[in-house]
Ligand binder design. Structure first.
Ligand code: NIG
Ligand code: FE
Length: 403
């Protein structure tokens, strides 16, 4: 006997040849937190029984995955944003010692429970939209104690909510004030943090900000080599504000993903396609920085690079806790098709986190993490913005008390 059976909806499986992998008038059965049966309702085996039968309308999709966030941090950057509205640039604020460094100062002052409480509020907002897995980066501590504190908070969020949390160590997010003018030494300090944090089980992947206002390619290369030596997967903030060859560098290390990519060049795209490195597109940051340069979606498509979409939730460039809004912006700003955008927060986001064996598509044997939506087509999830047409969220086979 199955634990539950969902009838009446169409299912966007996100695999196979049909648009959205659509299975109209489907039945989906859950047993022990996994999908036990999925197919047309008309083909359900006779005599099928389930502990609970749900008859719903609309569409079922895989649970959403936010594969790039920095949601553990202290303070706010609303004041900096007001200065940017007056015309001061993001780089200028960073060079004056504000930007990431101002969040680092606030995060160092915040205790673990405060960081947990504020991050949990952000996570709860994401969860209400059907998010089932999330990546959380460190990177606002930049010293061993605070980086460890932020990563512990991320682990606690995973343990105390039904969300699957993947942690990324972003100690190389900025040169901290104590290493002012000494980026090589700052990078050595980051590399020195790796073994202990990894041994404590706090790191699922290693990330870095490869940019003129952070670390150059040679410095990043040293970190990624060390990460690989420890057997840790890597990711990269690449080519966001300038063409620093970040996409190619990520590919050289077989990175799970290279993220941002507004200035990615054709060689970088080709290298990413060969390496299977996912391009994570972050329309919230492009919008909030009022960037006019968009990531080269046509180039990525032509090269065959897989594209994911995420919130980049962070206080400086994307104070955003709506992955549904990112679906709309990925289409409207970046010209992704609705199918590419939805794949970007399900199938491809899973791949960007190395979770593709468990999450991102709906099929027998996969985790029963899915969302029932009150929409008449999957494209409607991208078309609307500001709506939250969630009927039910099911994580590990269990329906959330309030979606
Ligand atoms: O993903 N690009 C670097 N890191 C963040 C911004 C961090 C900040 O400004 O606090 C990003 O956009
Ligand atoms: Fe980011």
């Amino acid at each position: 006997m199955w634990d539950s059976l969902w009838l009446g909806a169409s299912v966007a499986t996100m695999q196979g040849d049909a648009p959205f992998g659509a299975l109209p008038d489907a039945a989906l059965a859950v047993l022990d937190g996994r999908i036990a049966w999925l197919g047309p309702e008309a083909e359900l085996p006779p005599g099928s029984v389930a502990g609970k039968v749900h008859r719903v309308d609309g569409w079922i999709t895989p649970g959403l995955i936010d594969c790039h966030t920095h949601l553990v941090y202290g303070g706010t950057r609303a004041g900096e944003w007001e200065r940017r509205l007056q015309g001061v640039s993001y780089e200028q604020i960073a060079r004056e010692g504000g930007g990431i460094r101002s969040t680092v100062a606030a995060t160092r002052l915040a205790d673990e429970d405060t960081l947990f409480a504020t991050a949990k509020t952000r996570l709860t907002t994401l969860m209400a939209e059907g998010v089932v897995a999330v990546e959380i980066k460190s990177g606002y501590g930049l010293d061993p104690a605070t980086e460890a504190r932020c990563l512990r908070v991320a682990r606690r969020l995973g343990a105390q909510t039904p969300i699957h949390v993947v942690t990324s160590f972003l100690g190389a997010h900025a040169v901290p004030p104590e290493f002012e003018g000494r980026p090589d030494a700052a990078m050595e300090a980051v590399i020195a943090m790796l073994p202990e944090l990894a041994a404590a089980g706090l790191i699922d992947a290693v990330d870095a900000f490869c940019e003129t206002i952070a670390f150059d390619a040679a410095q990043v290369r040293r970190l990624l080599s060390q990460a690989r030596a420890l057997g840790l997967p890597v990711k990269l903030h690449a080519d966001q504000l300038s063409d620093g060859g970040g996409g190619a560098l990520a590919a050289e290390f077989g990175a799970l993903s290279a993220d941002h990519l507004e200035y990615l060049n054709a060689d970088g795209a080709a290298a990413m396609a060969r390496a299977g490195t996912v391009a994570v597109l972050l329309p919230g940051a492009t919008y909030f920085l009022r960037e006019t340069r968009m990531p080269p979606v046509a180039l990525l498509r032509a090269a065959g690079v897989r594209m994911a979409v995420a919130t980049d939730c962070n206080p400086g460039t994307s104070p955003c806790t709506s992955l549904l809004l990112m679906l709309n912006m990925a289409c409207t700003l970046f010209r992704l098709t609705p199918e590419e955008a939805l794949a970007g927060v399900t199938r491809e986001a899973a791949r960007a986190l190395g979770l593709e064996a468990e999450y991102g598509v709906l099929a027998v044997g996969r985790r029963a993490d899915f969302v029932v939506w009150d929409v008449s087509s999957p494209a409607e999830l991208c078309y609307q913005f500001g709506a939250r047409p969630v009927t039910a969220v099911i994580r590990r086979g269990v329906e959330a008390a309030s979606a």
